[in-house]
Design a binder for this molecule. Structure first.
Ligand code: ADP
Length: 614
């Protein structure tokens, strides 16, 4: 019996819990939570799997007994967590989870690049602390991949009031400086801290910008706040003498930075940086008036030309409008979008096509990756049981866990039973916006039920009409045994759903890259997708005989319900009628390497192609 005294207990970010760290092992951290308020003890299964069992933990206990279990195996057991139920006072995805240092799970054998550079991302989102969609995942994943190749990387992020500061390590104020906005200088704090191993500079103006409970949709003028942020990042570099090789901006929110850089800061003291812009979604183009653009200190009227930043559709109108995204395309040294097929689509349609064609030589399509440290079913702390491509048995436990927690009928999964489960579970995890194929999602809910499957939708709508429509659907279906519609954002639940799912549905009308299908595959969920953008680059139909070695999912082309039905029917037929082939697909999709380690090299090549060499 090992006895741990309270010195080995450190208080953690959860106010009424303790985190026990076994510091004797360099490679592992074992944890146990004892929530003194609700008198609930949650044993993390890692504890069991490493042959330890907590006997008792009392607040202020003089000592803590930890007993080594004789003969226990490294395989997790069903008793290592408590099964959830829809009646739980706290839903299972809101239970307390240990803080997760993904650096521990990061790749260790990445070869360092020989020619190292300094890259700075300027972004409105960063996972996991300020994530709304894929942008946040991409910034964190790409930054971590470049760090692991030896490069110096920083991220600049607005210090949104809603950021949970406990997720930031070593947070400290670096300096206070003034940045220009609308005729005056705004006192601004720059903090630094570490998020998922990445050094981040948080920009906090002393005005009302970035206040509120969400990343987007605060009561301030968003466009003006991001114009301020774009300039404040350059101002910080100017006052601190920081000259990265590359400033990498993302989306319309930071589209004004290249204008500010080339027309202002490059003439001050910033000489070295070159600018890369990644467009994650062409739908949002940062519509702005000349007057608004002038508020960041540029003369807005000089950008209202076809070659610079005017929104081509407004030429000759009164007033004409400016697009920050177009300005960003024109003024950046390199422009990237997030998949080769989306690149082709954007050159063929949409009002920005003309600008992109004019700047074709600097425009590239680089497929997004996923962070395989963050998205790893073998180590994911949110999962009740871990699994990987070589040992997928515990995926069934995850499915059963989610089914029980949501009150869905569970297909006869018994403790220790390996019997095939006859009811496929389809998940759809998405922002509920027209781009994502709302009519196809609502149709799938009905159709999956009709063909005796189960479906869980996890989504958040920003539009009140869409919210209402899905609320009505939730009221209609959520008391039954096969459909759950959860209108919320939950990182934890998304991990559990990917792990539980047999299929992940992505029926987008257009999709620049799409991460849901990549994450789904990593967790053994077979994708059912519409053939568009990055979905067309990453999912290949099982019944397409022309490239059987690539086949990894079910693809449909039309935007009509019958096309979706056809794909779902085929997926269900495989699942129910060809269990061996299904298992083979699941293993195949889990083996696909969609990691940033695989694709970050393309960004490094791009950075190298534009940077200033001494
Ligand atoms: P987009 O960037 O257009 O939203 P992507 O597929 O590129 O779409 O990325 C979406 C990311 O956001 C994925 O990581 C997905 O799991 C996550 N996500 C979307 N909606 C939710 C939600 N309601 N709760 C948790 N995660 C979500």
């Amino acid at each position: 019996m090992n006895v741990y005294t309270p010195t080995s207990i450190t208080s953690n970010c959860f106010a009424d819990s303790f985190l026990l760290l076994n510091r004797r092992s360099n490679s592992n951290i074992y944890y146990c939570f004892y929530n003194t308020k609700r008198k609930v003890k949650t044993l993390n299964q890692d504890f069991i799997s490493h042959n330890f069992k907590i006997q008792a933990v009392e607040k202020n206990a003089p000592q803590l007994d930890v007993e080594k279990l004789e003969g226990s195996t490294t395989k997790s057991g069903f008793n290592s967590f408590s099964w959830p139920s829809p009646e739980d006072e706290i839903p299972f995805w809101k239970r307390e989870f240990p803080s997760w240092d993904i650096n521990l799970d990061g790749p260790v054998d990445i070869k360092k690049d020989s020619d190292l550079i300094h890259i700075v991302h300027v972004t409105a989102e960063m996972a996991p602390i300020a994530k709304v969609g894929g942008l946040g995942d991409v910034v964190t994943g790409l930054a971590r991949a470049c760090l692991s190749r030896g490069h110096k990387v920083n991220v600049f992020l607005p210090f949104y009031e809603c950021i949970n500061k406990q997720q930031i390590k070593n947070l400290e104020l670096v300096n206070t400086y003034d940045s220009y906005y609308d005729g005056s200088w705004v006192s601004t704090n720059a903090y630094q801290g570490v998020v998922s191993g990445i050094p981040v500079i948080f920009v906090e103006p002393s005005n009302h910008f970035f206040k509120g409970q969400c990343v987007y949709g605060g009561s301030y003028n968003e466009l003006e706040a991001y114009l301020f942020f774009s300039r404040a990042c350059l101002e910080w570099m100017q006052v601190t003498g920081t000259q990265p090789d590359i400033i990498h901006v993302h989306e319309w929110q930071t589209g004004a930075l290249p204008l500010l850089y080339w027309d202002m800061y490059h003439h001050l003291s910033l000489r070295i940086p070159k600018i890369a812009l990644t467009i994650h979604n062409m739908e949002h183009y940062g519509e702005c008036s000349k007057e608004q653009l002038s508020k960041c200190g540029l003369d807005g009227s000089i950008y209202a030309t076809e070659e610079k930043a005017v929104d081509d559709r407004t030429i000759g109108h009164n007033p004409e409008r400016i697009s920050l995204l177009k300005g960003g395309i024109v003024y950046s040294n390199a422009v990237v979008t997030v998949s080769p097929t989306y690149l082709k689509e954007t050159l063929c349609s949409g009002w920005l096509a003309g600008t992109l064609i004019r700047h074709r030589e600097k425009y590239r399509g680089i497929l997004n990756g996923i962070d395989t440290g963050m998205w790893n079913p073998a180590t994911d702390i949110f999962l009740p049981a871990k699994f990987d491509a070589l040992n997928i048995e515990e995926k069934k436990t995850c499915k059963h866990f989610v089914q029980r927690g949501l009150g869905l009928a569970s297909g006869g999964h018994q403790m220790g039973s390996h019997a095939p489960d006859k009811v496929p579970l389809v998940v759809c995890i998405t922002r509920l916006v027209p781009q994502k194929g709302l009519h196809l999602i609502t149709h799938a809910i009905k159709y999956v039920k009709e063909i005796s499957g189960q479906m869980v939708v996890l989504g958040r709508a920003s539009d009140s009409r869409v919210e209402r429509e899905f609320k009505d659907l939730a009221d209609l279906h959520n008391n039954g045994s096969s459909i759950r519609i959860l209108l919320t954002y939950s990182e934890e639940l998304s991990h559990m759903l990917y792990a539980a799912a047999d299929m992940v549905l992505v029926p987008s009308i257009y999709e620049p890259c799409g991460l849901a299908q990549l994450i789904g595959m990593r967790y053994g969920a077979v994708p059912v997708v519409r053939k568009t953008g990055g979905l067309a680059d990453t999912v290949f139909d099982m019944d397409d005989q022309s490239q059987p070695e690539m086949a990894n999912g079910f693809v449909f082309e039309g935007i009509d319900e019958a096309s979706l039905n056809w794909a779902l029917d085929r997926a269900f037929r495989y699942y129910c009628g060809k269990p061996n082939e299904w298992s083979a697909i699941v293993q195949k999709v889990m083996h696909i390497d969609s990691s940033w380690n695989n694709t970050a090299g393309k960004y490094i090549d791009l950075y190298n192609s534009i940077r200033v060499r001494e």
